[in-house]
Design a binder for this molecule. Structure first.
Ligand code: MG
Length: 249
């Protein structure tokens, strides 16, 4: 069931969304060569608590940390640990904050120092695909229009779009209906109406679309061993077009 939000609920949601976005700013400031992903996670936890919110992911389906921190060939759901970030790594941070009854959700893939042109292009085009999807999030379109726009943008580069994991509605629950795949047919799927709030999150592998979940039940790697990118915004569908709720300042 798709839960629509009223204007006043959208206003209330904004605090969780703002804190979620600011948490990515903290991630950006904190990420450096030599830091462990556990230390990074602790900085994000401290920020969310200090902001008067709770980490949405901590304990969600049993996830053991504040953020999913996914390095290089880890696509999503990386568990923070004692791994030290190295110069040239790419690091996806997926994080949400819960506040006043609502969740925020967003992700960004950062570079530790500098990385290869090949990696930078993957990041650039995955983020561009996110915005292509957002452009289609208008009243009267369908979920498939978002999915198709993302797929169409990514397919021209020969990258692999992850199919096993998808975007989702977001609100009082972290994961609500509808599912928002990063591939699909234009003109198909649920109709987009005013008051829908969804998280759009392309997950794109440099090579091949297959992924494998590690024995910990979370860590999801590319099957090919290539790197992967992940960008996500929570957005609202309004009569004035899509509004990015997790815009970073
Ligand atoms: Mg999400």
């Amino acid at each position: 069931m798709i839960v629509l939000k009223t204007q006043s609920e959208l206003k209330t949601m904004m605090k969780a969304m703002r804190i979620s976005a600011e948490t990515l700013n903290i991630a950006e400031e904190t990420i450096r060569e030599g830091i462990t992903t556990k230390e990074l996670d602790k900085a994000l936890y401290d920020f969310i608590i200090r902001s008067g919110a709770k980490p949405s992911f901590l304990g969600l389906y049993g996830f053991p940390a504040t953020a999913c921190i996914s390095v290089n060939d880890v696509v999503i759901h990386g568990i923070p640990d004692d791994t030290r970030l190295k110069y040239g790594d790419i690091v996806s941070v997926d994080v949400g904050a819960y506040c006043d009854g609502f969740h925020g959700d967003n992700a960004y893939t950062f570079i530790v120092g500098d990385t290869s042109e090949e990696n930078k292009k993957l990041l650039r085009e995955t983020e561009a695909a996110l915005y292509k999807g957002i452009e289609q999030a208008v009243v009267g379109n369908r979920v498939g229009d978002i999915s198709h726009a993302i797929e169409q943008h990514i397919s021209q580069f020969g990258y692999g779009i992850v199919r096993q994991f998808v975007g989702h509605g977001v609100g009082r629950e972290m994961h609500e209906d509808p599912e928002v795949p990063n591939f699909g047919r234009a003109g198909h799927g649920p109709r987009l109406v005013e008051g829908m709030t969804i998280a759009i999150e392309p997950m794109v592998n440099l090579k091949g679309d297959a992924v494998k979940v590690m024995p910990d039940g979370w860590t999801t790697k590319t099957a090919s061993g290539s790197v992967a990118a992940h960008f996500e915004h929570s957005i609202a569908i309004t009569s004035n077009g899509p509004v990015i709720l997790t815009k970073r300042k």
